[in-house]
Design a protein around this ligand. Structure first.
Ligand code: R5P
Length: 292
């Protein structure tokens, strides 16, 4: 069965349709003081239930809803697989500055305590983060789907794929190799206190090329903006931004447009007008392998 949470109703129902399984009838009621209550209909005992709930902003609300659903269904005897297309807190996977909390570790602990037996996500920020979980974690790659979209819908001439930082390099290399395009990596540094991003000067062979800047997450847009300014400054014909999780927080879109980014594309792990690449096939295919 699929239980589609409030953050991922459309994606969850689409996955259920692709798997040919029932969608659980359920409801979240929010009380005047802001507390919420989850109620489900029907028997789940002994069944594998895919709880599909992404944890984009409001992050803590969506995360808590995921925990409520998982706990409730596991108490009713379901084997809960949490399908969290965008896993919040995945960037807080280690202590970067002394004294910082490793929040992803807390999320891992809460999921396990809520009865989640396995976690399936999409393009987790880092493989290191997966080791904080004591349940099996699988990160489905959105790269083949994104490449398919880019080939079909973006008319790129002489493309080059750019990784804005070292963390995105493996994904970007995979994208470039599947697309059959050149690949470059930039060296981004972020001030851990102010969040300000800068890209180190590097001579890139991007003159006259249509550049794809690929990242797992676009949040404030600072990373892609810095990369776009760099490649356009070095003579690229155009820059488009492609990411898996398009949070586009605050003024991100305007910021990227002003930096000269021609278009922005994301998958529907986070719903939104720019989330035009459907990830439900890739997720359903992986979930099918779990059922067997
Ligand atoms: C960080 O390493 C991530 O991969 C993204 O580059 C980052 O989260 C993007 O955030 P923003 O859009 O705020 O620069």
């Amino acid at each position: 069965m699929v239980a589609a949470g409030p953050a991922s109703e459309e994606l969850g129902n689409s996955i259920a349709g692709k798997l040919g399984v029932e969608s659980l009838k359920s409801e979240f009621k929010v009380f005047p003081d802001g507390e919420s209550k989850f109620t489900s209909e029907g028997k789940v005992s002994g069944k594998t239930v895919f709880v599909v709930q992404s944890t984009y902003p409001p992050v803590d609300q969506h995360l808590f809803q995921l925990l409520l659903m998982s706990h409730h269904l596991s108490q009713d005897g379901a084997k809960v697989v949490a399908v969290v297309p965008y896993l919040a807190y995945a960037r807080q996977d280690k202590e970067f500055l002394p004294g910082e909390g490793v929040t992803l570790g807390v999320v891992a602990h809460l999921m396990r305590s809520a009865g989640v037996r396995r976690l399936v996500t999409v393009d987790i920020h880092s493989a290191e983060g997966m080791s904080l979980f004591s349940i099996p974690v699988y990160s489905v790659s959105a790269i083949p789907t994104l490449v398919g979209y880019a080939k079909e819908k973006l008319s790129l001439r002489d493309p080059a794929v750019i990784s804005p930082d070292f963390g995105a390099s493996k994904r970007t290399e995979a994208f470039a190799s599947l697309y059959g395009a050149a690949y470059f990596q930039l060296s981004k540094t972020r001030d851990r206190k102010t969040g300000e991003v800068s890209v180190r000067e590097a001579a890139l062979d991007v003159r006259g090329k249509d550049v794809v800047i690929l990242d797992d997450i676009i949040s404030t847009g600072g990373t892609v903006k810095a990369a776009a300014e760099k490649v356009l400054g070095q003579g690229a014909s155009s820059a488009v931004a492609i990411c898996t999780h398009g949070l586009f927080v605050g003024e991100a879109v305007r910021k990227l447009e002003q930096a000269g980014v021609k278009s922005m594309v994301a998958t529907n792990t986070v719903p939104g007008v720019l989330s035009v690449v459907d990830i439900s096939d890739a997720l359903a295919s992986h979930l099918k392998t779990l059922e067997e």
